[in-house]
Design a protein around this ligand. Structure first.
Ligand SMILES: [Zn+2]
Length: 179
């Protein structure tokens, strides 16, 4: 690994089809409209209130590409792993480990297990969605989990929202490193 500090580095990205359930356009609703998702699992009555998004990260398009500066790093370091999420059209994913229903898993946990990883550090976007849910998944799976606040940003930066977020991290045992 190019850095002595990390035993494993994983990049994750959304990888959606055009008719993905999380796109406001596919429901004829405005971007960022609140939305109640119904579980796609047979005989599962669960519902989750969340948000609809502008069309983003369509598979095999520039919108889903890794940022050019990171692509250069990837070319130099093929040992860095790339994990796609959000590729099943009937369900939303925030966590890089699984869909919001905890029903479909990406290969991330398996990769970390193969590498003998027991501690996960999460950075990226956005703190209150994908970073938060990836970190909570990691903590639930038994990894010692830290978010580096300096290297992430929330969509909702309201003080109260950030305070609520910090409480959730505490509840799940996720460390928010503010240094
Ligand atoms: Zn997405």
């Amino acid at each position: 690994m190019f850095s002595e500090k990390w035993d494993s580095i994983v990049l994750t990205r959304d990888w959606h089809c055009k008719d993905h359930v999380s796109f406001a356009k596919n429901h004829n609703l405005p971007n960022f409209a609140p939305f109640v998702y119904c579980s796609p699992v047979v005989n599962d009555e669960r519902k989750i209130e969340s948000t609809l998004w502008p069309v983003h990260c369509i598979e095999d398009t520039e919108g889903a590409d890794i940022a050019p500066s990171l692509q250069a790093v990837l070319r130099k370091h093929p040992e860095i792993v790339l994990v796609n999420k959000g590729y099943l059209k009937d369900r939303e994913y925030y966590s890089a480990f699984c869909d919001i229903w905890d029903d479909h898993n990406t290969e991330l946990h398996e990769i970390l297990q193969q590498d003998g990883i027991d501690e996960v550090v999460v950075v990226g976007l956005a703190l209150d969605y994908c970073v938060k849910n990836s970190a909570i998944s990691a903590a639930k799976l038994g990894y010692k989990t830290t978010i580096l606040k300096k290297y992430t940003r929330a969509i909702d930066n309201h003080k109260d929202s950030l305070r609520r977020l910090a409480k959730e991290f505490e509840y799940y045992g996720v460390i928010l490193d503010e240094s």
